[in-house]
Unconditional design. Structure first.
Length: 238
């Protein structure tokens, strides 16, 4: 008998974002894709994905030596009988100073296997949470002739971005990338590098218009990108 699966219907809500220029002037308000920015909050899913991501970032190189790995201790410290003391066979036992460590940590991998769909849905939940709080802003692509950190900080001040800012850009925005990379409260990311953790630790998610539209510039897959999710949702709707 064939297995029957049921797809859970999710109630989506409308979401919008303000479009501003580099001077902080409000240009318009645009509607965001509800498949990405209008999903209900799933705290348990986001927590599981973030924990797995942070665990995978651990190097896992911690190590201690057991009594077999510590140098020395080959000779019996004193004779077996006649001293009145407890018998000992080596000075490298765990209860000795300078001895091995009992049940200490060893190099290991902290990787957790997380399904791709869970990672994607956690990202959508995080973006939806920021959209509901009006913390997603779109800026018109600044036409800067050369990189300028001063112009970048003025843009943040004009748009009233206080706190940590996640700036989503395209690779072609070289002047924008070079201008913001020295600003400590700004983290740069490409659309296909977005993840739930980077969104949740940021106070504002700022997209350039080209990054939000998600223009395809190559044939590389963008499974977790905003652009790929938007295109797949449009195909399902058709």
């Amino acid at each position: 008998m064939a297995q029957v699966t049921f797809k859970k219907e999710v109630e989506l809500r409308s979401a919008s974002a303000e479009v501003k220029d580099s001077s902080g002037r409000l240009l318009q308000s645009i509607e965001l894709n509800p498949e990405i920015f209008g999903r209900p909050l799933n705290v348990h899913l986001m927590h599981q994905v973030v924990v797995a991501q942070l665990a995978g970032a651990r190097s896992g190189t911690q190590s201690t030596k057991t009594r077999a790995e510590v140098s020395g201790g080959g000779a019996k410290p004193f004779r077996q009988k006649g001293t009145g003391r407890a018998r000992q066979g080596s000075t490298r036992a765990p209860h000795y100073s300078g001895g091995g460590v009992a049940l200490g940590p060893k190099p290991r991998s902290y990787q957790q296997k997380t399904p791709r769909k869970m990672i994607q849905q956690a990202l959508f939940c995080a973006l939806s949470d920021r959209a509901e709080a009006n913390r997603i802003v779109v800026i018109e692509d600044p036409k800067w002739e050369k990189p300028s950190t001063k112009a970048a900080t003025e843009l943040l001040k004009n748009c009233a971005f206080d706190g940590n800012v996640l700036l989503v850009v395209e690779p072609e925005d070289e002047n924008l990338i070079l201008s913001f990379r020295n600003v400590p409260e700004v983290v740069l990311a490409f659309p296909w590098h977005l993840n739930a953790y980077s969104v949740l630790v940021s106070d504002y998610i700022v997209f350039t218009r080209s990054a939000l539209i998600g223009e395809e510039i190559d044939d590389s897959p963008r499974l977790l990108s905003v652009s790929a999710a938007a295109s797949s949702s449009d195909q399902e709707a058709e």
